[in-house]
Design a protein around this ligand. Structure first.
Ligand code: ZN
Ligand code: ZN
Length: 83
């Protein structure tokens, strides 16, 4: 599979992952890796995040959309903090 964004720019590159949002292939440069915190229910229905966080890989556009939906400024996903 080739990177969708690189192909759109006219220089096809191999994809290393698939965007979790749109399913496009993404190369290492176009992949955004963000933590995805899974939760479990503890005593008295407390919802607690478990360690380590899972991983979600998105293309640049889907990461921007996810940031916008979360009310964050567009940025690198690595800066995202634990909820
Ligand atoms: Zn690319
Ligand atoms: Zn995407």
């Amino acid at each position: 599979m080739r990177c969708f964004d690189c192909a759109a720019l006219g220089h096809p590159a191999d994809a290393v992952a698939v965007c979790a949002g749109c399913g496009a292939g993404v190369c290492h440069d176009h992949a955004h890796v963000a933590p995805r915190w899974l939760t479990r229910t503890a005593v008295i229905n407390r919802i607690v995040a478990v360690e380590p966080p899972a991983r979600v890989i998105r293309c640049g556009l889907c990461q921007q959309a996810a940031d916008a939906a979360a009310g964050q400024q567009p940025s690198t996903a690595q800066r995202r903090r634990r909820p």
